[in-house]
Design a protein around this ligand. Structure first.
Ligand code: FAD
Length: 404
């Protein structure tokens, strides 16, 4: 293999490049990215970057100079791939063609569109540095904030607004925040975190109308008829795989547009792998359930693994991924390891500042959710990977409590 091409210049793509060089690959690497900047980290966009005391700027993981000289990357920023020709092993970038021997698709996800607020100034998704800097400027200007969706990103923006003492309303169609990610029976604690920090949380309702004047959004009408004034509306309504460019490629795609790969991250097309938020992969630890994760840790892990497997397919093994995410709400660290689809989510410690729930499927532990449980969460990962009985995880929790 002489020519490695990576499409998508963010976390998974960068980790692929780094892993290829670490594995001793000396051929050419072309990194094609739609955004104008070199790869940067997304989690701070909804956390540190929105703080009043933090610099209003985004630093890349590496300078372009470092990518070019140290990692030997031909970096093509602001140049979205527009097509893929599997038969001729070629990526199309507008009128340009980039030939590959091996290809890693790492185009991630793009924020879902919200037709009601399309094109209205002051209505922002939060996926890119450009989005985050616009939101930061609106917070600096003291705008009243409405957030659509009480998922991770929406809830982090609400936390940032409250930390500045700005009024913020979160509008969530489901009965509780984050229900899909942690399951309904533990989401109560999250409602409590928002409400005790002064967030006006409206659940079970939706926006029916967006009001605007010449300078932009002025307010929202909700399904229950209430009117909310807001000059900044942040969308936390999820993301979809960025695979429009693969539509005519013949590559097998999931119905949501994500790229289907096997447990080693290989697609069925020769020499083509996918990694990160774009990829639907079987979770070998969970009976090969096929999932598309939108978590930092799995994107990093998959990017590196895709490169290693592509360069040396004989050594490729199914990844032992255990989904993991964190999120920061009102000064509290939320962490989830495993999967929330379970027969039971048992709340072990209900106190919001040191919450613990363990998830049971049959007699096996499949997940753990903590608030401020940085010192214990990864112990449950070990039990989950090892298919341990639920009782073992309960004993672990007991041992932790006794030691505390
Ligand atoms: P992405 O980061 O989505 O990158 C894909 C890249 O591909 C983008 O730069 C995109 O412009 C580019 N691209 C798209 N189409 C094309 C094309 N046709 N040609 C070329 N390039 C293209 N996860 C956590 O676990 N914890 C957190 O606290 C957390 N916080 C987050 C906060 C925010 C605001 C966001 C947006 C995400 C957060 N995440 C968090 C999720 C985490 O950042 C993602 O899982 C991770 O960024 C995925 O990396 P990726 O490289 O797969 O995709």
């Amino acid at each position: 293999l002489r020519r490695l091409v990576v499409v998508g210049a963010s976390l998974a793509g960068l980790r692929a490049v780094e892993a290829a060089r670490r594995a001793g690959f000396t051929g050419s690497i072309t990194l094609i990215g739609a955004e104008r900047s070199a790869p940067y980290d997304r989690p701070p966009l909804s956390k540190a970057l929105l703080r009043a005391d933090a610099p209003a700027s985004v630093s890349p993981f590496h300078t372009e100079e470092h990518l070019r000289t140290e990692l030997g990357v031909d970096l093509r920023c602001g140049a979205p791939a527009t097509g893929l020709d599997i038969d001729h092993r070629r990526v199309l970038v507008g009128a340009d063609r980039v030939d590959y021997d091996g290809l890693i698709i790492a185009t991630g996800a793009a924020a879902n569109a919200w037709p009601l607020g399309a094109g209205v100034p002051g209505v922002h998704p939060l996926r890119t540095a450009v989005d985050a800097l616009a939101i930061r400027a609106a917070l600096d200007a003291g705008k009243r904030v409405a957030v659509i969706g009480a998922g991770f990103i929406g809830s982090e923006v609400a936390s940032a607004a409250r930390a500045r003492d700005l009024p913020v309303t979160v509008i969530e169609a489901a009965p509780q925040p984050l229900t899909r990610s942690v399951g309904p029976s533990v989401a109560d604690v999250l409602t409590g975190l928002h409400r005790s920090a002064g967030v006006d949380l409206r659940v079970g309702t939706q926006v029916t109308e967006v009001h605007q004047n010449a300078s932009g959004v002025t307010g929202l009408t909700l399904g229950d008829g209430n009117y909310l004034p807001a000059e900044l509306v942040v969308l936390g309504i999820g993301a979809r795989p960025a695979t429009g460019w693969l539509r005519d490629s013949g590559l097998a795609l999931h119905r949501d547009g994500g790229v289907l790969v096997d447990a080693t991250l290989a697609t069925r097309a020769p020499g083509v792998y996918a990694a990160g938020d774009v990829a639907h992969a079987p979770l070998s630890v969970f009976d090969d359930e096929v999932v598309r994760l939108e978590h930092w840790t799995s994107a990093a892990e998959q990017g590196a693994a895709a490169a290693r497997h592509l360069l040396d397919p004989d050594t490729a093994r199914p990844l032992q991924t255990v989904p993991y995410f964190w999120s920061d709400w009102h000064g509290h660290r939320l962490q989830f390891v495993g999967v929330p689809t379970a027969d039971e989510a048992r709340v072990i410690r209900p106190e919001p500042e040191q919450f613990l729930a363990l998830y049971r499927r049959g007699d096996r532990v499949v997940g753990a959710f903590t608030v401020n449980g940085q010192r214990e969460i990864m112990r449950y990962r070990r039990h989950i990977v090892g298919h341990a009985p639920f009782e073992d995880a309960l004993a672990e929790a007991g041992a932790h409590d006794r030691a505390a």
